[in-house]
Design a protein around this ligand. Structure first.
Ligand SMILES: [Zn+2]
Length: 93
């Protein structure tokens, strides 16, 4: 399960990223997370700890606060899954 290494490295930032919006900039070694915007047709990679802020800022500045840009759904699923696993919420599934 190579993904477990990702969990261990990103324990705190993942928690932050799932609790919008929070700014945490002290983790300079955070993995990059892709943010996709279907309206702009762009993908940008930002540190995991800054994802929530980056998404909020993009949508606020470019889309009048509409939640168009988002973490790549595939990655978001993985993050949610990893966080749940980390917290032991998936033990019986
Ligand atoms: Zn956009």
């Amino acid at each position: 399960m190579p993904r477990l290494a990702f969990v261990a490295r990103t324990n705190e930032p993942i928690t932050v990223a799932t609790r919008l919006p929070t700014m945490t900039t002290d983790d300079t070694d955070a993995p990059q997370v892709p943010i996709v915007c279907s309206a702009c047709e762009t993908t940008s990679r930002v540190p995991l700890s800054g994802v929530a802020n980056a998404v909020a800022r993009h949508n606020d500045q470019l889309h009048d606060g509409e939640e168009i840009a988002q973490v790549d759904p595939d990655i978001a699923d993985q993050i949610a899954d990893l966080v749940a696993t980390e917290l032991g919420l998936l033990e019986d599934s």
